[in-house]
Design a protein around this ligand. Structure first.
Ligand SMILES: [Zn+2]
Length: 260
């Protein structure tokens, strides 16, 4: 047999082994909470938008990792105000702190030994696009994450507002007002934060410079005639090579969950 054939057989055996392991993972039940800001932005489309973010994310995890996400329900929480911050869950009154204190402890007790994750969708400037309670939170009491569907506006003049002159770029950008993110960006954020719950961490900047991974954070912005462009490749499609860095974490995380 040629080396190539040997490699192909090895690759398919590895794939089968991983698929078998991944498919033995328990289902993850997703409860989605919509903040008022999200409902205000999307109006009658709020629930369908939440559904779409879920479906896009679930398809990714099913196809890529053999992990089944099941939608539990979409809800509007009474406990979230539009004033809560995106700060650390250790900060009293922050969004993730409210999820800790106002929701019953999550984790276990779901059909087929499943575990729960809670998503909160917001649409306003909380200083970030997404956040998890902590890395590897899935299966614990605080398996919570945020997804922000608003891209905050960017002005000119300081690093805090994204001035590319301080991030390695040059020139002067037109200011960009806050706007709704593209569907693919909403999906990418949900994929990214879910992966954090599953133990994934950010690849190195060097790895991100040559690969496109949902775990890469945007690099320095550069100016174009129409506004800002972040250095991360668009679309969030997964580089198969880069999948290896996620596999290490996700397969470990999946293998740590109880079997159904
Ligand atoms: Zn991250």
């Amino acid at each position: 047999m040629s080396k190539l054939v040997n490699r192909m057989i090895l690759a398919s055996l590895l794939f089968a082994a991983f698929t078998a392991q991944a498919s033995a993972a328990v289902p993850v039940y997703i409860t989605i909470y919509m903040e008022k800001s999200f409902v205000n932005e999307f109006g009658s489309q709020a629930t369908s938008t939440a559904n779409r973010i879920f479906n896009d994310t679930a398809r990714y995890y099913q196809d890529k990792w053999g992990l089944e996400l099941r939608l539990n329900r979409i809800d509007q929480p009474f406990w979230v105000t539009d004033g809560a911050s995106g700060e650390s869950p250790d900060v009293k009154g922050s969004l993730l702190n409210l999820m800790r204190t106002q929701l019953p402890p999550g984790g276990t007790g779901w059909p087929n030994n499943g575990v729960e994750a809670r998503w909160l969708l917001v649409h306003r400037d909380i200083g970030l696009q997404g956040r998890v309670d902590h890395i590897s939170a899935l299966g614990g009491a605080w398996s919570n994450l945020l997804v922000n569907t608003q891209d905050r506006g960017r002005g000119i003049g300081s690093w805090a507002t994204g001035d590319p002159r301080q991030g390695g770029g040059s020139g002067t950008c037109a200011a960009v007002p806050a706007h709704r993110r593209a569907s693919s960006q909403m999906r990418d954020t949900a994929i990214h934060e879910m992966a954090h719950l599953l133990s994934a961490v950010h690849p190195s900047a060097a790895a991100c410079a040559i690969r496109n991974s949902p775990m890469c954070v945007p690099g320095p912005a550069t100016c174009t005639s129409t506004g800002w462009v972040e250095s991360r490749a668009p679309g969030g499609s997964m580089d198969p090579d880069n999948a290896a860095s996620m596999t290490r974490f996700i397969s470990h995380s999946l293998s740590g969950l109880p079997n159904p």
